[in-house]
Design a binder for this molecule. Structure first.
Ligand code: SF4
Ligand code: ZN
Length: 344
């Protein structure tokens, strides 16, 4: 008998947890990943970015679509471990203008990243012109402001300024302290957001975004393309509305994440007909829409995109086009394919 996803929020954690598979073995002395990439900056330049995937205790939330727990620990790391992980990665990475410190949860979760490590972390990354961290919106508060101030004690303060950001020919003056916080909105569809078990409302998200803006920090927003409970047409509709909502909240970047199975819970929903990953066409249309708004940068996460690119005739061209869109923020001509009857 299928065990449907609980309507009652209190029962959802158990439903999600019992469907989990095994966790990877990770080492608190090392980040579980690190890599160098390029990203289009607010100025329009394509800049080097180092990403460090920090190993730490798993996030306390139990979101339905989350698979980040796979690379986490069940216990907090000792003080000093996170700065040591950053050292480990930076020794092996090329120099870069920007750095992302992603921790499979919230940078401002004190059980994940000990707050006493914030000064040592700031010391290691303040040479970067932009430091990007991620957080659940519920944790946006004084710790964020204090971390911003720690970064500002050094090199970033010399760059702290009102800078110009190019958008479709017009130039806006926006605040920039060098700290960018990525918040998961996931979706602006209130019913689906509630069912994701993120314990987040659109109003809470808006308040967290306002706090960042008031304190001169940049906002990056993660949006899921086709979360569970939506068909393909609704998925595109809500990806576009979520992009609109993110920009209304002051986002300078929206990162689109095609929802992927593999965490147990989504696989169970897929069997019940409540979840399918998006088509590549929906991902393309969402990105085209977002970039076309000219309200800020919109990227798509291409990690694992091969799973969605199934047509042997056009998938390489389509993925190449998405990569170009990410970097250029301007739409190259659509890919036509007689084989899968998809144009653009
Ligand atoms: S808040 Fe983020 S890291 Fe935590 S469970 Fe939800 S999606 Fe995963
Ligand atoms: Zn095709």
């Amino acid at each position: 008998m299928p065990d449907p996803y609980p309507a009652n929020a209190a029962e959802r954690d158990r439903w999600i947890l019992t469907r989990r598979g095994t966790r990877s073995v990770v080492d608190p002395a090392q980040p579980y990943g690190f890599f160098a990439e390029e990203e289009r900056a607010a100025s329009g330049e394509v800049v080097s970015v180092n990403t460090v995937l920090l190993t730490n205790r798993e996030c306390p939330w139990r979101c339905l679509m989350c698979d980040l727990w796979k690379h986490t620990l069940t216990e907090p790391v000792p003080p000093g471990a996170i700065p040591a992980q950053i050292d480990y990665a930076l020794k092996r990475l090329p120099p870069a203008r920007q750095i992302k410190l992603y921790n499979s949860g919230s940078f401002f979760d004190r059980q994940a990243i000990p707050v006493e490590d914030h000064p040592a972390i700031a010391e290691r990354v303040r040479g970067s012109e932009r430091v990007i961290v991620e957080s659940h919106p519920a944790l946006i508060g004084d710790d964020v402001r204090r971390f911003r101030d720690l970064l500002s004690e050094g090199a970033i303060s010399s760059r702290s300024r009102r800078r110009e950001e190019a958008h479709d020919g017009c130039r806006l003056q926006i605040a920039d302290c060098g700290l960018e916080v990525a918040l998961g909105l996931e979706t602006a569809c209130p019913e689906v957001l509630e069912r994701l078990n993120k314990r987040l409302t659109l109003d809470q998200f808006r308040r967290a975004a306002e706090f960042l803006q008031k304190n001169e920090m940049a906002l990056r927003v993660f949006v899921l393309v086709r979360p569970p409970f939506l068909d393909e047409a609704a998925a595109l509709h809500w990806a576009c509305r979520s992009i609109d909502f993110a920009f209304d909240c002051g986002a300078t970047v929206v990162a689109l994440i095609p929802t992927r199975g593999g965490n147990g819970a989504l696989d169970a929903l897929a069997q019940q007909g409540e979840f399918s990953p998006p088509s590549l066409r929906t991902v393309e249309s969402s990105l085209d829409y977002g970039i076309g708004q000219r309200r800020g940068r919109v990227f798509v996460d291409l990690w694992d995109i091969a799973r969605l690119a199934t047509c042997r005739h056009c998938s390489t061209a389509r993925v190449t086009r998405l990569r170009q869109l990410n970097l250029a923020q301007d739409s190259p001509p659509p890919v036509a394919c007689a084989e899968c009857s998809k144009v653009g």
